[in-house]
Design a protein around this ligand. Structure first.
Ligand code: DAT
Length: 174
């Protein structure tokens, strides 16, 4: 039985996943923040490169094989824009970050993405694609949608997730 929960922090690129993940790791030193983009690089889990989107394609099967033992231990905060591939039985909370389209527009403009990647990401946020993916892939009761527009949102979201984690630990203490 896991002593610590596994949490996915997902959302369209630019919504604040890594900012939240790093803050959560500060608030909860027992939890380990895992940027899946970095994990893919560190473990050579690339399966090609999409020239049009200027994005690495991940070998998702290898990723799941490699990360599952860590998830079985628990205490992972996973940051990735893809949320629907992790084993449902090992995920306790899915946080879907949302950002207003005007703010996201400015954040993504700063990244110099190719136009198609920029447009795809804006469309994804407007059409709530990641929220739908999360609700289809996990029990909707463990999926929460949180706004990440400003620093107050960041702080209140992280405090809420910290409180949820403390309660999970109490509820799952044998
Ligand atoms: P992601 O990891 O989802 O791609 P990020 O954490 O890199 O996003 O954030 C993108 C930019 O937006 C970065 O400059 C930090 C800023 N940002 C994100 N969430 C924020 C928030 N709630 N308040 C203020 N700035 C935020």
């Amino acid at each position: 039985m896991r002593k610590l929960p596994n949490i996915i922090v997902t959302g369209t690129p630019g919504t604040g996943k890594s900012t939240h993940g790093e803050r959560l790791a500060e608030l909860m030193p027992k939890m380990t923040y895992v940027s899946i983009n970095e994990y893919i690089k560190d473990h050579s889990l690339q399966d090609g490169f999409d020239e049009e989107l200027q994005s690495t394609i991940a070998d998702e099967d290898k990723l799941i094989d490699l990360i599952t033992p860590d998830l079985e231990i628990g205490g992972r905060i996973l940051d990735w824009h893809v949320c629907d591939i992790f084993p449902e039985s090992l995920i306790d909370l899915v946080v879907v970050l949302r950002t207003s389209t005007t703010l996201l527009f400015d954040r993504l403009k700063g990244r110099n993405y190719p136009q198609k990647k920029f447009d795809d990401n804006m469309d994804s946020e407007i059409m709530e694609i990641i929220l739908s993916d999360a609700r289809e892939s996990y029990d909707p009761q463990i999926v929460i949608e949180l706004y990440s527009n400003d620093k107050d949102d960041l702080e209140s979201n992280c405090q809420r997730i910290e409180s949820w984690t403390k309660q999970w630990i109490i509820d799952n203490d044998e």
